[in-house]
Design a protein around this ligand. Structure first.
Ligand code: DSN
Length: 403
């Protein structure tokens, strides 16, 4: 076997023989995966359907048009949005919105990374600090280890800073939230709104979470999402925007910042959206709606089991992810490694107002989407929760856990 085949085989075995609880990962269907490595990868098509710079785009045009139509049918019930499928990933999708619609020096308001936001929502390490200023809104505590978005603080920050753009969307926020309510507040201060639904797009499309696709001023101006998390599609992203912004978005993607689209990703996205729409199956003989319901139930089961086992839960989950507060004496990096030795793949995560460092924070983030795709049942999640408690509390029987 050559070295890359060897590595692929090892990674295949690693994925097959481990229990993956990373909340941002998932397993697309075989058809989706196959399309990523298909002949669509061979074609260049700078431009958009009907206006390409190279010949040979009869079928790529159809592919891009049909996938866009399906994405809009699934996500947007208002008929007011358009979509660009060429943007390559989630962080570039967000920065594209910043670079296209904001003037240098403009302020961007978001939830900080340490409280559950995302790196690409501006952070002190962002290269975009060269061009923009970032300010944050905050969570507030509403119970022991229970935090929600502080809407009063959200409004205060809007009032004080008058940001040109407000980002609503999170990476480590286990609760649901109301897009309509937050967008309404941002509008009072004339802020543009970017909704980043990367983590929750599978929940939004099945109406298991509020949607930012709302009519007129009530809706977000821009909606970005990655396609590989709860949506269970290929690695990639989509940028939706109100129609009046689409011309600028499209020009900013090509020729503004990218060359040719990756049609293999668009084809794979088409396949996964057909699965969401119920026109093709993932292979587990349940609808995408049922799949998402199972994700929610399984994540809750895992969380409840850990809580019953004596662990503290932060902001009890209403989504596909859960945050566990580790006992103070536990080093989260060492725990993450120990869980990995037993084939349980997680990520350590800062908790709201964490006093520990980002490298060895106080929390563990777990998500149920990946293992639900692989068919783990509610009972399986319960058993996994019990095993994790035994490892975390150092009361495990090594042979039994390995088995
Ligand atoms: N790294 C992903 C997450 O874990 O949320 C997002 O980019």
């Amino acid at each position: 076997m050559n070295p890359v085949s060897q590595l692929t085989s090892s990674e295949f075995d690693r994925q097959k023989n481990s229990l993956n609880l990373i909340a941002s990962e998932n397993y697309p269907s075989k058809k989706t995966l196959d399309l990523l490595g298909s002949i669509w990868s061979n074609k260049y098509g700078e431009g958009y359907p009907g206006k390409r710079y190279y010949a040979g785009n009869e079928f790529t045009d159809k592919l891009e048009i049909e996938t866009s139509e399906l994405a809009l049918k699934l996500f947007d019930k208002t008929g007011e949005y358009g979509v660009n499928l060429q943007v390559l990933s989630g962080s570039p999708a967000n920065s594209l919105v910043y670079m296209t619609f904001l003037d240098p020096g403009a302020k961007i308001l978001s939830l900080s990374l340490s409280q559950g936001g995302h790196l690409s929502h501006m952070h002190s390490t962002s290269v975009f600090n060269k061009f923009f200023e970032h300010v944050n809104y905050n969570l507030k505590q509403v119970g022991e280890n229970d935090y929600v978005i502080d809407l009063q603080d959200f409004e205060n920050q809007l009032n004080e800073h008058r940001p040109a753009l407000t980002v609503i969307g999170f990476s480590a926020y286990p609760k649901g939230f109301d897009f309509a309510e937050m967008i309404k507040i941002a509008r009072k201060y004339d802020s543009l709104v970017l909704a980043d639904i990367s983590h929750i797009s599978g929940l939004v499309v099945t109406q298991n979470h509020s949607t930012p696709f709302l009519a007129g001023e009530s809706g977000a101006d821009f909606v970005t999402t990655t396609t590989h998390k709860t949506l269970r599609g290929p690695r990639g992203a989509m940028v939706f925007a109100k129609e009046k912004y689409m011309d600028n978005i499209n020009k900013a993607v090509f020729p503004g910042s990218q060359g040719g689209p990756h049609f293999n990703k668009i084809a794979a996205l088409y396949q996964s959206l057909l699965e969401v729409d119920g026109r093709d199956g993932y292979g587990d003989e349940i609808s995408f709606d049922e799949y998402i319901k199972n994700v929610l139930e399984n994540t809750k089961t895992l969380e409840t089991t850990m809580q019953k086992g004596g662990l503290k839960i932060v902001s009890p989950t209403e989504t596909h992810l859960s945050l566990i507060k580790l006992p103070d004496e536990i080093d989260s990096l060492e725990l993450q490694k120990k869980l990995e030795e037993f084939g349980i793949i997680t990520n350590r995560n800062p908790l709201p107002f964490d006093k520990k460092s980002a490298w060895r924070p106080s929390g563990l983030r777990v998500g149920g989407a990946g293992l639900t795709s692989r068919g783990l049942s509610k009972d399986g999640f319960r058993k996994l929760g019990q095993i994790m408690v035994s490892i975390i509390t150092n009361e495990y029987d090594e042979t039994a856990v390995k088995k």
